[in-house]
Ligand binder design. Structure first.
Ligand code: FE2
Length: 635
């Protein structure tokens, strides 16, 4: 139930936060939880921003690692201005981006205490402004992913396109999905639109991102996936975009200076499909064309227009780094249908002569499209879109690792190795971890290296259709240990017997995987009622040890929220909400450790998506860049 509605003008709430003066939409506080799981509890948006650019000073339990001094951790997520009415369609991915940051302020004394300050800001994109002026404009994902009757679907889509044209919306990028640092700028990203620039540490929006050749933002097609890759060696940004219109996908490479080296080269796909992430090696980019297809004829069958086709193949396109669509080809590989939201790492595998024999990729693979995420609208208690049938509820799923994909939970993602063999066109699939997890995180200093050993992912083992995607811990997987075991089994001729059968299965066996995991894998669960998000890895680069920095020598930063602060899906005491930023020693994950520090943020930070850590030097670089640009504009 909504209890308060107002058209706010800069009302201070809690002293240091307020509903921003430019927000025109009446915000909605509730006394009972919204019926949609992704608007219930700590998924519900917050409407206040911290006042001023200084943020709120936070108390700390523990000792903040010195490497964080002067740096900032920022995470984005959907925070809708226009809360849908109870029962109306909604989707997890929908909502204006809001940034939540903790700035580890150093102060004037370089050896003085680190004082973390929390600040939050809407991403004030053009799309944000138009939604603020005109109301709900989002892509109707809640309709597209639901079994919507034909005329209702046509009406919603037609109305969406009318509004886009009427309000002259040229960029639906709302920055709600992920962040990247490129060209001295922090970019807030959304896979359907252009990036939005943000100043740090204030988190104030400074405009839409343009590539160097397009200072007037005339190119409406400069769409960037939410997960572009920055090559740590060349500084290039590599990305793709996709659309509903042929050729359906485009591939681009931009130099470290922002010049378009490879621009919108066409990648033909059989059908329009949702493609969230991809991966890159030194030589190839890997396009993930999983069978989450946009198929209008589904409406006639009473099925969602955007739906997973379990009978189709998952396709993986190896694209040469500097691909030219008229002279180069994309090398396609296939596996049984699966879905991948996020990749962890990819690398070229070479023989002794340095020839590439395979391309390898680690990613979180599910046997179907996660229905925890498909949830679109309530159709009754305990029955949101995609909810399990009674028969499905009774299924006892098997742990993955034996290639018996039909018996494992199709709604759970598991970290998996894909090996694309260039000579034969074969795809070899090996499950690396039996704990369901997503949002894989690595030490990015070693991205694209075959020797990258650890993946830190967010445990989603408690996620369900009723509560949505919930993260209850951090999983640390030793990728090398599983690959080593696979190679040992292969050498002794025992690998094939570990699999149930079928093409592409290079599984080591569920029992063997469990044994490897027990010896080398680690998991840290936050504790009862405590949930979080993706954990951000920050290398301990200040380490002065003469030895090279170990890959897992660093810290993991994650916002966590204790849901005992909630009752009936709303805060018990809205004025006394606390979110904590937990900082773990990454080496010790799984050793029943406490965080090395807990930053106590006196605000509620809703669950969201991806984050980024910016170093002290990057923050300074951004400030200098913005100062130069302002001076140039005024000259
Ligand atoms: Fe993502």
């Amino acid at each position: 139930m909504i209890t308060k509605s107002s058209s706010q003008k800069s009302q201070k709430q809690g002293g240091l936060s307020a509903i921003p003066s430019d927000v025109k939409i009446a915000t909605k506080e509730r006394t009972s939880g919204h019926p949609h799981p992704y608007l219930n509890g700590n998924f519900y948006p917050v409407f206040e921003e911290t006042v001023g650019d200084e943020g709120i000073e936070c108390e700390v339990d523990g000792i903040i690692p010195e490497v964080l001094r002067g740096s900032q951790y920022i995470r984005t997520g959907p925070n809708t201005l226009n809360v849908p009415a109870d029962g109306a369609p909604h989707h997890f991915f929908t909502g204006e981006g809001m940034l939540h940051g903790v700035y580890f302020e150093s102060g004037s004394d370089p050896n003085g205490p680190i004082r973390p300050r929390y600040m939050n800001r809407y991403v004030r994109s053009d799309f944000f402004k138009k939604q603020n002026d005109h109301g709900y404009l989002h892509v109707p994902l809640g309709i597209i992913m639901a079994p919507t009757p034909f005329f209702k679907f046509i009406f919603h889509m037609f109305w969406f396109y009318i509004k886009m044209a009427w309000y002259k919306v040229t960029n639906i990028g709302d920055g709600n999905t992920a962040l990247a640092y490129f060209g001295s700028r922090l970019l807030a990203l959304h896979e359907g639109g252009k990036p939005v620039e943000t100043a740090v540490p204030s988190l104030n929006t400074t405009g839409e991102y343009y590539f160097e050749e397009d200072p007037n933002m005339k190119d409406k097609n400069a769409v960037v996936t939410a997960h572009p890759k920055i090559d740590p060696k060349t500084g290039e940004m590599i990305f793709f975009s996709y659309s509903l219109h042929k050729p359906l996908a485009f591939y681009s490479v931009v130099s470290a200076e922002g010049k378009r080296k490879i621009w919108r080269q066409k990648v033909a796909l059989p059908k329009p499909s949702m493609m969230h992430d991809f991966a890159t090696t030194d030589t190839y980019s890997i396009m993930l064309n999983c069978p989450m297809y946009f198929e209008p004829s589904n409406m006639l069958k009473g099925e969602p227009t955007l739906a997973f086709d379990a009978k189709a193949k998952a396709r993986f396109g190896l694209i040469p780094r500097y691909y030219n669509d008229t002279t180069d080809k994309v090398y396609w590989f296939e596996t049984r249908a699966c879905h991948i939201f996020h990749t962890a790492n990819a690398w070229d595998e070479k023989d002794q002569d340095g020839n590439i024999i395979a391309v390898c990729m680690t990613a979180c693979r599910s046997d179907g499209f996660l229905r925890d995420i498909t949830l679109w609208q309530p159709s009754g208690p305990d029955n949101y879109g995609g909810s399990k049938t009674e028969a499905e509820r009774l299924i006892q799923h098997k742990a993955p690792g034996s290639g018996d994909y039909d018996s494992q939970d199709p709604d759970k993602p598991f970290l998996t190795l894909f090996r694309f063999v260039l000579a034969t066109g074969e795809t070899q699939v090996t499950t690396l971890c039996q704990i369901a997890s997503e949002f894989p995180m690595i030490n990015f200093d070693r991205y694209m290296h075959p020797d990258l050993r650890y993946v830190f992912s967010a445990s989603t083992e408690e996620s369900s259709f009723n509560i949505g995607l919930k993260v209850n811990g951090i999983v640390k997987t030793d990728v090398h240990a599983v690959i080593r075991k696979k190679n040992d089994l292969q050498a002794s001729g025992k690998l094939k017997t570990a699999n149930i059968g079928g093409e592409g299965q290079w599984e080591i066996g569920a029992e063997t995987l469990a044994a490897v995991q027990a010896q080398t894998g680690q998991v840290h669960r936050f504790g009862p009622h405590i949930y979080g998000n993706e954990a951000m890895f920050v290398a301990n680069s200040l380490c002065t040890d003469a030895q090279p920095l170990a890959e897992d020598d660093g810290f993991l930063l994650v916002y966590v929220y204790d849901e005992r602060q909630m009752e009936n899906g709303v805060p018990k005491d809205k004025a006394r909400q606390v979110t904590e930023l937990w900082i773990f020693d990454a080496k010790n994950i799984g050793q029943d450790i406490d965080p090395v520090a807990k930053v106590k943020i006196p605000r509620r930070v809703p669950y969201g998506f991806h984050g980024l850590h910016l170093t002290k030097e990057q923050i300074q670089e951004n400030q200098e860049f913005l100062a130069r640009r302002a001076a140039a504009a005024n000259s």
